[in-house]
Design a protein around this ligand. Structure first.
Ligand code: GLU
Length: 446
């Protein structure tokens, strides 16, 4: 059997880390099995789905490197859902109901007051053709419910283990609204059948849909795929992540300058555990992917941990690997010497701008003791400079001024870089060059 999985977001908002967590696990699962990863836009909700959100979803996935092998959009496939609905109607599994929301609410209230579970009573199954014609003549339009078989539905979940849901006390779910539009439940099954999806890997917020969907697969005479329900991510306070949480959107993370591979590596790690290491490519995450390593507890998403991994990722990135990215970000003048000098001090790639300015442009030096700084300026060796220059120079300055340790180095760092921290000065000094160093030690902007 060929392995095919799908990521099926609704284009009703931006993707956040929780969605990408699901997408990534599908992608890794497919790649490890030599299978295919499909992107399906669940856009049957016409009012809330937008083309703009669809475009952002595609961009986000591409940016993360989660390329898809096939693409589908549910709004293009309505005819297929109509055909499946007709099949279910013919089999007596999809039936027309005419109750209004108010009538249903009232019935539930009565049931509850009698101590009964608020389950749909299937009154519509008793309607005659004449009843239906009368209701339609009154202007009512039907919604359609799927007739559940009252039984225990079981499946072996790749994450949660053996599962069972007793459907004898569930309301028959509505599959088609009064306006003829489909809810998520049926189109998802129809697509998974037609697109030959072998494994449905999704968030555990869908566990309750699964038993119903299994009944629909069977009613359509289709093979049931394997299911895997991942525990949903929670934030630091243990709350679930919502699509509306702007700061956790992939778009925001991208604007904040986080590395896509740091996000991927972090999300791959928090679900399955193990050591968290920067990786250079998605392929490096494939071999360790294993759904059975996922627990039932919700992984905690910690933005600080991600930030930290992002920094480690940059520290480990070679100039050759980062060159295209630097060019795309307009840091084309950063060369390998500057990158290697600064990378260990970067939290985000954009921080390179600071070191580019310090080494290649103009800054305001910080000079508190002008006498000491100008003495040091006089003692600057002539060029060419290399990694030894700093040592030679500071030894001379030490001899001449009697200063040592922090007293010696900190004023030089402040004068040369304008900052009290940063990469080693023996690396920076040759990049700054004699002209700039001289002026900065004299307190001039340079
Ligand atoms: N559109 C659904 C969602 O975003 C897809 C669920 C599924 O994977 O079946 O939750």
């Amino acid at each position: 059997m060929s392995i095919r999985v799908r990521f099926a977001p609704s284009p009703t908002g931006r993707l956040h880390v929780g969605n990408i967590y699901v997408a990534l696990n599908n992608w890794l699962f497919a790649k490890k099995a030599g299978g295919q990863f499909l992107l399906r836009l669940d856009d049957t909700d016409r009012e809330r789905s937008t083309l703009a959100f669809a475009a952002i979803i595609e961009d986000d996935l591409k940016w993360l490197g989660l390329k898809w092998d096939e693409f589908t959009r549910q709004s293009d496939r309505i005819d297929t859902y109509e055909a499946a609905a007709a099949k279910l109607k013919a089999a007596g599994r999809l039936y027309a109901c005419y109750e209004t929301a108010e009538e249903l609410a009232l019935r539930r209230k009565v049931q509850l007051s009698q101590g009964k579970p608020p389950v749909y009573d299937r009154a519509a199954l008793n309607l005659t053709d004449a009843d239906r014609a009368k209701l339609e003549a009154e202007g009512r339009r039907p919604h359609w419910r799927f007739k559940l078989e009252p039984r225990n539905v079981t499946w072996n979940d790749l994450v949660r283990g053996p599962q069972h849901i007793d459907e004898s006390s569930q309301s028959d779910p509505i599959l088609i609204r009064e306006d003829g539009t489909f809810l998520y439940t049926l189109p998802s099954v129809v697509d998974d059948v037609e697109l030959k999806v072998s494994h449905v890997i999704r968030g555990n917020d869908h566990v309750t849909n699964t038993a119903t969907q299994i009944q629909i697969y069977e009613a359509l005479g289709a093979a049931v795929p394997t299911f895997a329900h991942l525990p949903l991510l929670v934030d630091a306070s243990g709350e679930g992540l919502s699509k509306r949480l702007g700061s956790l959107s992939i778009m925001q993370m991208r604007e904040d300058g986080l590395e896509p591979m740091a996000i991927n590596a972090y999300l791959a790690h928090i679900g399955a555990g193990g050591t968290i290491e920067p990786v250079g490519s998605l392929d490096a995450l494939v071999k360790d992917h294993d759904l059975s390593r996922f627990g039932k507890t919700s992984p905690r998403f910690d933005p600080e941990e991600l930030k930290h991994l992002n920094a480690r990722q940059l520290h480990a990135t070679s100039f050759e690997a980062v060159k295209p990215q630097l060019a795309a970000l307009n840091f084309g003048q950063v060369d390998s010497a500057l990158w290697d000098a600064a990378r260990g001090n970067l939290e985000k790639i954009g921080d390179i701008a600071l070191w580019q300015q310090i080494c290649r442009s103009e800054i305001a030096p910080v000079v508190a003791d002008g006498g000491f700084a100008s003495k040091a300026a006089e003692l600057l060796p002539s060029e060419p400079w290399d990694a030894e220059t700093w040592k030679t120079w500071t030894q001379t300055v030490q001899k001449s001024t009697g200063r040592k340790g922090k007293e010696l180095f900190m004023p030089l760092r402040l004068a040369l870089t304008g900052l009290d921290h940063g990469p080693e000065l023996k690396v920076l000094l040759p990049l700054i060059g004699r002209d700039r160093a001289l002026k900065r030690l004299r307190g001039e902007r340079a």
